[in-house]
Write a protein that binds this ligand. Sequence first.
Ligand SMILES: [Zn+2]
Length: 122
Amino acid sequence: MTKISTLYEPDQDLLNSLTCKVVEWCITRFCLQEKVERVTIDISGLKIEDWWGDCIEDDENEACYIININPRQSLRDFVATIVHEMVHVKQWATGQCQGEGEREANRLQYELTDIMWKENVV
Ligand SMILES: [Zn+2]
């Protein structure tokens, strides 16, 4: 009988590069290159307990954003959460919001994630 076990140790390098690719794709998709100076993403999960992600504007510079993403979720949900927060970045950066911001973010998160999958971005 073969014993099979895994050790849960997320490959941080892989997750980092995946995260950067997703954010880069969103920046291009939402045409934010000129509007957003910097996006810092914390995927350590240290600042997050029982929610999936959040996003705040940097106090010192409005064009800079800080996003926290919980790494303890499936890869698809992880990507979708980044997309969700990037929709909020777009809403802030452009001052445009189609209807209620949360609804737009929820609507787009899996839609865009699936497009990324089809385009082999992730
Ligand atoms: Zn939201």
